[in-house]
Design a protein. Structure first.
Length: 173
């Protein structure tokens, strides 16, 4: 007698159902991990923007801050290096599921715009800045909004953060 090789239909159905159950359990965890990863990368990018602004003000801005990410992407004369990495080179750039922008802080008065900087920035320097990161698809690429301003603190909230950052906004630690 010959013995049949292979699996029965019942064995295959049981295996497929076990794989389906494991996938149903693991998928939400994977999505949460992706959101956490996007938010951590966004916080790191805002720290980089804040650090770049401090470097810009100290070396090229003569004490003033850039009011556009494109201005931070321009190198100072005599240097081949920009103040910020090329992946954050203009307002509205999308990275890790978030859209980034940099601007003059609305909390400062209109007369605080300074003369142009040494790197030929398109926008005049300002005495303070505001940068924010908005999820491209709220709930899918991120659940929280993030922002930073001249002192360099990173703020996060489940609603959009105003420019300037209002008192009482949650501070990330």
């Amino acid at each position: 007698m010959r013995r049949a090789q292979g699996f029965t239909l019942i064995e295959l159905l049981i295996t497929v159902s076990i794989v389906g159950i494991v996938s149903a359990i693991a998928l939400p965890q994977l999505l949460r991990a992706r959101l956490a990863s996007n938010e951590a990368a966004t916080i790191a990018a805002l720290r980089a923007i804040s650090s770049s602004e401090a470097n810009y003000a100290a070396t090229c801005g003569l004490g003033g801050y850039a009011s556009d990410l494109a201005d931070l992407a321009k190198p100072a004369p005599g240097s081949g290096y920009a103040f910020i990495s090329p992946d954050l080179d203009h307002n509205g750039v999308q990275k890790s599921g978030y859209a980034f922008r940099l601007m003059k802080n609305a909390g400062s008065d209109a007369s605080d715009v300074l003369l142009p900087s040494c790197n030929g920035a398109a926008q005049p320097r300002a005495t303070s800045f505001f940068a924010d990161a908005v999820p491209v698809l709220v709930g899918d690429t991120g659940k929280r909004y993030f922002a930073t301003d001249t002192p360099g603190a990173i703020y996060g909230d489940s609603a959009a953060i105003a420019n300037p950052i209002p008192l009482g906004t949650p501070l990330l630690r």
